[in-house]
Ligand binder design. Structure first.
Ligand SMILES: C[S@@+](CC[C@H](N)C(=O)[O-])C[C@H]1O[C@@H](n2cnc3c(N)ncnc32)[C@H](O)[C@@H]1O
Length: 206
């Protein structure tokens, strides 16, 4: 698994590497997945949005251009620099998500917390802690929208793993919706999951 220095190195070529590799595991349908998140955001021109694992800003950039107020968290300085180039007025925080959410964000009342292809770097226990803490950062109508390499069932995950045996990354933590939905329903009032590509889906928590 890449550490922050690994992501620093990737940051300069990240955008071009994704556009060449959005077929097959793990980035199959990458742009459809990002568009799915975008289409689920109302009031794009005025929303306050936190992007966790913001990377080079490929997910939040379009929302920034629409007029949304963007905050981004990432543990890679290189990734943040690329995102800052695209979104000069956005606010960025260098933070390892394994250490939780920075206290400066605690009273921000976000309309949306979004994320793409980032939380699989966090193990399942930490992921759950993270989901709990995200709820407290939302305003009363706020939503969390998480896009990632993910599967509805463990059979779906195992099938993808079999097909992509040589490429499969055993150090990443992909969530299986059916295994976490009940726990999430104890934290959020509404929990919804859509499989968007053969290996990626979007979780919406309200
Ligand atoms: C595959 S990239 C995805 C970036 C972007 N969201 C996208 O869709 O293109 C994963 C991002 O998560 C960040 N990341 C990975 N582990 C992290 C951690 N523990 N804390 C904070 N950011 C992390 C990386 O630096 C990188 O920017």
């Amino acid at each position: 698994m890449l550490d922050s220095k690994g992501f620093d190195i990737w940051s300069e070529k990240y955008d071009s590497s994704i556009s060449k590799n959005s077929y097959g595991y793990p980035f199959e349908g990458y742009y459809n997945v990002l568009n799915f998140v975008y289409d689920n955001i109302d009031n794009k021109t005025s929303s306050k949005i936190l992007d966790i694992g913001v990377g080079t800003g490929l997910l939040s950039n379009k929302l920034y251009d629409d007029g949304a107020q963007i905050w981004g968290i990432d543990f890679s300085q290189g990734m943040i620099e690329q995102a800052h180039n695209k979104m000069p007025s956005a606010q960025f925080i260098l933070q390892d998500l394994n250490n939780g959410i920075p206290s400066v964000l605690k009273d921000k009342g976000f309309d949306y917390i979004i994320s793409s292809y980032a939380i699989h770097h966090i193990n399942d226990d930490k992921k759950l802690e993270l989901f709990k803490s995200l709820k407290s950062l939302l305003n009363s109508n706020g939503k969390v929208i998480i896009a990632d390499v993910a599967f509805k069932t463990s059979d779906d995950l195992n099938q993808c793993k079999r097909i992509n045996e040589k490429k499969w990354d055993n150090e990443e933590f992909y969530f299986v919706y059916n295994e976490i939905s009940e726990t999430l329903a104890h934290i959020f009032c509404k929990v919804n999951y859509t499989q968007v590509s053969s290996c990626a889906g979007v979780l919406i928590l309200e």
